[in-house]
Design a protein around this ligand. Sequence first.
Ligand code: CP
Length: 299
Amino acid sequence: MSLKHVVESQQFTVPLLMELFDRSRLMERIVARGGTLDYQNRILASLFYQPSTRTRFCFEAAMHRLGGRVLSTEHARTFSSEIEAEQVEDSIRIIGSYCDVIVIRHHETGGAARAAKVSPVPIINAGDGAGGQHPTQALLDLYTIYRERPLDGLSVAFIGELDRGRTVRSLAYLLAKFERVKVFFVSPPELQMKPDILQYLDRHGVSYELESDINRVIGEVDVIYQTRIRADRLKGPLRYAIDSTVLQHIRSNAMILHPLPRTVELDKKVDDDPRALYFRQAANGLYVRMALLTMLLDG
Ligand code: CP
C-alpha cells in the first residue's frame, strides 16, 4: 500500500496500520542486530520550528539505523531563512531538492499540510500548531497498545489539556477506526476536547464521555493516556495528576501512557509501576518511525 505523505491520522486505514505494525515488528529485529545499510543513499531532512527531544532524535536515529544520512536544523525559526520572512513553501521546495524525505514540526496548525502541497519529496508531520496533529506520535502510541492487547473493544481515558493536545487529537482519530472503542476525555471544562474531534467520533459511531473528575474514570479503562497541563492554563489546584494514590484505583492490567515531556501531572514514583509504559512507548517510536520511513522511501 503506498503512502505519499504523513500529515494527519485520518489518512491511515486499518490495513495500512497493520502493514505499518508488521514492518515495525521487523524493525525491532533489525535494530536488535544493529540496523541495516539498505537506505544508505537516502537523506532525511529534519526541520523543526519548535523544540523537541523525542521526535527529532527518534527520526534521526531511525534514519541512521536504516543506513541513511540526516540534515538537521533544531530551531528553524531562528536558524533558517524564516527569520528573513521566508515562507515555509519556499523552504520546502529548496530542502526537498536536497533530500529524500522531510520531517517537519511547525508552529502553525496546517504547516505540514502546506509543506506537503509543494514538496517534491514525502513530508512527515512531526507536530503542527497548538490545535493540529502529531500523527507519528499517535502511531507509536497505538503500536504500544497493540503490542499489549486487541484494539477492538478498548477503553481509553485521555487526561490533561485536551483542547491543544495534538497527540490526543491524532490518537482519537486512529482509535475511531476500531470496533467498540470507548473514550473518556478528562479535563477542566475550559480545556476540554474541541468539537471537531467529538463530531468525528459521532460520525464514526465511537462512544465517548466528557468528564472533569479523574476519579470517576480511572478505574474503568484499559489505557490511561496522561498529558501535560501547562501551569499558566491551570486554574486552581492540580486535580488531574497520576500519583501513588491514583495508582491504587487503576485496573491491575491497565496501561499508563504519556507522550512526554511531563511536568507535575505524572509523578516519578509511578515510573517503577509495571503499568507505566511511557518509556517503552517512547522507545517504540524508533521502530514505528523506521517502518514509516521505509514505506515512504520505498514509494
Ligand atoms: N512526544 C513528543 O513529541 O516529544 P518531543 O516534543 O520531545 O518531540
